[in-house]
Design a protein around this ligand. Structure first.
Ligand code: F6P
Length: 403
């Protein structure tokens, strides 16, 4: 194997440049030249039309220009499902492009959509290895981008408490994650959020309201300067108690064909505001908080913020840079070994662990027992707090940890 291509695809996130750099440097060590196939599968489909001087070889001196700690990807992204391309000769066209540049294998970094296309390409005889990436964290393996997104969500949410407390506002932060609540859950816990709403638990707005009302006013009553806020992290893909998705249906679909998710945070604001208006106890509580101004300020204000793409931009976490360099490099080792159609799990010393990509892309949801643990500590997940009965296990032998 003398030449390989590197593709990054799907939604970008932290750690991707580390994957690209890790793959390029490992390839160089093995005497392989790694080329950037730009802009995801759009670039792969159009590879045939590239001229030789358009294709960038990531030799060490070029890879040196890649800042592994920057989020986003030097290789660029698109959301293209090869199967959906109308061209009946699409696979032949892709193979001809690869042949033109004598590219014998591909390192592909992406999430479940990217992985499903990778499975398709493998079935069409193209050698690929998948380096797991998605800020949604919904693959079976850990995926680069998750830790960076969690850190950013946590930082933004904590920062919002200053303005929330100053204005005595309830702050609702809607975050990316599609139909898995991992980043909302972990980012929310890290930010000391009062409530976290995730797609795995249909939201009971009456439960949320009671928790919010009691904690918000207690905070103000306990403050000598009558200041209080209440922080809610909302995953974009939440549902209400009847199982209805709370999205703005006018947002349309992305190029891959998925519904764009937006509007859940706004919906939460409306549901809480509606209940504050209808609750006969609120005027008295507002008076006791010395906030009540007739006709002007009769109920607490609920505001929503949507950091959107900011949660996957900027700088990557140190964890993602480490993981990214390892899975990028490991993907090249697997390709060289002739092991394809697989996803890297991680590098454990001299052991490279991998699983079939068709397995890796099966969607993983938040573990509700883990949620129940945090509910015991007072965090509201929009449902009545369940019992939590712990079991105890004494671990014998090697503890299998990643870092
Ligand atoms: O899948 C990653 C993700 O960040 C989702 O959490 C989010 O819904 C989506 O991508 C947004 O995608 P785009 O950047 O295409 O709008």
């Amino acid at each position: 194997m003398k030449r390989i291509g590197i593709i990054t695809s799907g939604g970008d996130c932290g750690g991707l440049n580390a994957v690209v750099k890790g793959a390029a440097l490992m390839a160089h060590k093995l005497g392989i030249t790694a080329y950037v196939i730009p802009n995801g599968y759009a670039g792969l489909y159009n590879l045939l039309d590239f001229s030789a001087d358009e294709l960038v070889a990531l030799k060490p001196e070029r890879a040196d220009f890649i800042d592994a700690s920057l989020a986003g990807s030097e290789a660029g992204h698109s959301r293209v499902k090869i199967k959906k391309i109308e061209d009946p000769n699409k696979y032949e066209r892709i193979k001809a492009g690869l042949k033109k540049f004598q590219i014998e294998g591909l390192v592909i970094s992406g999430g479940d959509d990217t992985g499903s296309v990778m499975v398709d390409l493998t079935e069409h005889g193209i050698n690929c290895v998948h380096a797991p990436k998605t800020m949604d964290l919904d693959l079976q393996t850990y995926s680069v981008g998750g830790d960076s997104a969690i850190n950013r969500i946590s930082t933004f949410a904590q920062d919002l408490k200053t303005t929330g407390r100053t204005h005595n506002r309830i702050m609702v932060v809607e975050v990316f994650g599609r139909y898995a609540g991992h980043t909302a859950f972990r980012g929310g816990i890290a930010a000391d959020a009062d409530a976290i709403l995730i797609p795995e638990i249909p939201t009971d707005f009456d439960v949320l309201y009671q928790h919010c009302k009691s904690r918000y006013f207690d905070r103000i009553f306990n403050s000598d300067v009558k200041a209080g806020t209440y922080l809610i992290i909302v995953a974009e893909g939440i549902k209400d108690a009847s199982g209805r998705e709370l999205v703005d249906e006018s947002a349309g679909t992305d190029a891959f064909g998925h519904k764009k998710l937006a509007g859940a945070g706004k919906y939460v604001c409306q549901e809480l505001t509606k209940r504050f208006k209808a609750d006969p106890e609120i005027p008295e509580l507002m008076k006791k908080a010395r906030l009540y101004v007739p006709g002007i300020y009769e109920i607490p204000e609920v505001r929503d913020v949507r950091p959107g793409h900011l949660v996957r931009s900027g700088r990557s976490s140190a964890y993602d840079v480490n993981f990214g360099k390892e899975v990028g490099g490991a993907a090249v080792l697997l390709l060289k070994q002739g092991i394809t159609g697989v996803t890297v799990v991680g590098v454990y010393g001299k052991e490279i662990r991998y699983i079939p990509t068709s397995e890796a892309i099966k969607q993983r949801h938040v573990d509700l027992d883990q949620v129940a643990f945090h509910e015991q500590q007072g965090v509201c997940f929009g449902r009545k707090t369940p019992d939590y009965e712990a079991t105890f296990t004494k671990v014998t032998g090697k503890i299998d940890r990643y870092m």
